[in-house]
Design a protein around this ligand. Structure first.
Ligand code: NAP
Length: 278
């Protein structure tokens, strides 16, 4: 029940109406008996500057997730960033502590946890990241800590810039290239573009799926639909396939713990997401 002690959490993005985060977080909050409510806020980029000050002023607003297009822009309104957010240069979780707004990034670790849940510890592997946008950035930074990473993108210059930035910051070699890459040379392929996402579910994948074979793991960060054309083609060729639900759940679970200090039940979160997908 919502009462005068209820605390507020939320998501800010533009748009947000299709987000599954409110369902996922409210299910987990209810499951743990925590007196919070999580809402989605469609914040126009022009209004972003008011959000952090407003949240601090309200007092009961304890934190929020940040999604497209605000993940980088929000940084200038925050007081402190944790190590991951500083490294990645983007924030997906903000915690409000009195008059201090702290920025975190749980996307990279969330993706690693989802991948490791399926295939065990991922270290020293040859990984291809497809895309150089926000999600690719978080995933590539995380995986490059202890794996050999190559980034490919439709606009190859962006892949080059991201690879160079990661190489510089982590002091590790990161490769780059275009979408004509031979995907069959990699042990793990992580797809981080929106191609194949609902409602354009039949669009051809951006890489040559013919090269996928049974020794590979193919992860698609898309969670709607659960099985994209890329994952369907990869499965047909015997590869291990992983969709984006795990990453969504784990990045959310990490944020939940940052705000509440309580570890949520990831199975409850997963069920809430899955019951609302195709
Ligand atoms: N599971 C999760 O928790 C989770 C979390 C975050 C994101 N995601 C998913 O990850 C995907 C990417 O999100 P994002 O936030 O990184 O988006 P973004 O920042 O807008 O980046 C989009 C990337 O996709 C590429 N791209 C876009 N359209 C393309 C096309 N038609 N052909 C080839 N490449 C194309 C872009 O290439 P250019 O540089 O050439 O434009 C860019 O590299 C989305 O599907 C999103 O739903 C999932």
């Amino acid at each position: 029940m919502i009462d005068s002690k209820t605390k507020l959490l939320g998501l800010i993005g533009h748009p947000v109406e299709h987000s599954l985060s409110p369902l996922m977080h409210n299910s987990a909050l209810r499951d743990k008996g925590l007196n919070y409510v999580y809402l989605a806020f469609d914040v126009h980029p022009d209004k972003l500057k008011y959000v952090v000050e407003g949240a601090k002023a309200l007092g009961t607003f304890k934190g929020f997730n940040v999604t497209v297009p605000h993940k980088v822009e929000i940084i200038k309104y925050l007081d402190k960033l944790d190590r991951e957010a500083q490294l990645i240069g983007a924030v997906n979780t903000v915690k409000i502590e009195g008059d201090v707004a702290l920025g975190y990034n749980t996307d990279g670790l969330g993706a690693r946890m989802a991948l490791e849940e399926e295939i065990g510890k991922v270290k020293g592997r040859d990984i291809l990241v497809i895309g150089a946008g926000g999600a690719a950035r978080a995933v590539a930074f995380e995986m490059a800590k202890d794996n050999k990473v190559t980034i490919v993108n439709r606009t190859p210059e962006k892949a080059k810039l991201l690879a160079e930035e990661i190489s510089r910051k982590l002091n590790r070699e990161v490769g780059y290239g275009d979408l004509n890459v031979d995907v069959g040379r990699y042990e793990i392929v992580i797809h981080a573009t929106p191609v194949g996402m609902y409602p354009h579910v039949d669009v051809k994948p951006v890489i040559d799926v013919e090269r996928i074979h049974s020794g590979m793991v193919v992860m698609d960060l898309i969670y709607n639909p659960r099985e994209t054309v890329l994952l369907r083609e990869a499965k047909k060729r015997g590869a291990k396939t992983i969709n984006g639900i795990g990453m969504l759940v784990y990045q959310g679970a990490l944020a939940f713990e940052i705000w509440t200090g309580v570890k949520p039940d990831v199975e409850v979160m997963k069920k809430a997401v899955e019951s609302n997908l195709y």
